[in-house]
Ligand binder design. Sequence first.
Ligand code: COA
Length: 182
Amino acid sequence: MFGPTLRGQQVLLGQPCRDEAPTYLRWLADPEVTRFLPMRHPPSLPMEEEWLETMARSERDVVWTVRREEQLVGVVGLHLIDWLNRNCIQGVMIGERTVWHSGIASEAVSLTLGYAFLDLGLEKVKGYVALPNEASLKMAIRCGYKQAGILRREWFRDGQWIDRWIGEVLRDEWLATFRSSP
Ligand SMILES: CC(C)(COP(=O)(O)OP(=O)(O)OC[C@H]1O[C@@H](n2cnc3c(N)ncnc32)[C@H](O)[C@@H]1OP(=O)(O)O)[C@@H](O)C(=O)NCCC(=O)NCCS
């Protein structure tokens, strides 16, 4: 599924379209962007178009584009939705490096958490962070994630083993504390 339009103070979450696939490919070819992502090798254009089609049809994923002042800057999603146990895994990529550190990911993730809890009725959202990714960890905690565990030596990156942090946000905790932030 693609997500419905969601408006924040500085970001607009909307629906991906096929014409944007070359922009996603540019991001996925940038090693600085993919450094802490599972996907380190860029796909082909047909593969990326197929991924968009798969996401549009999926009943276990909700995907949005992230725009700031009309500019496409990233994608955010709720993935592997388990409707029986009412949880999912969050993903976010702000591909335009020029807009990093301005609160865009925090706002996009917060909007999608609101959608997960208030519209989809989920009980928990999970997120993984490769531990050297300080910006991602800071952003996750700021949005309401709490540590659930650490997977040690989970990935081999830049010649060394790195740990991955698993965080989770529970619906009632988020409603009590984070609903109107950041
Ligand atoms: C990680 C990522 C999502 C962060 O996006 P962003 O829009 O820059 O994030 P935000 O500005 O909302 O928040 C980042 C926080 O980390 C801080 N930060 C940024 N770079 C940092 C760094 N190198 N070291 C420490 N803190 C850093 C920011 O100041 C901000 O903190 P604040 O809220 O206290 O000001 C973005 O860099 C990205 O998409 N990277 C590539 C893909 C990726 O790694 N995705 C995450 C997978 S878990």
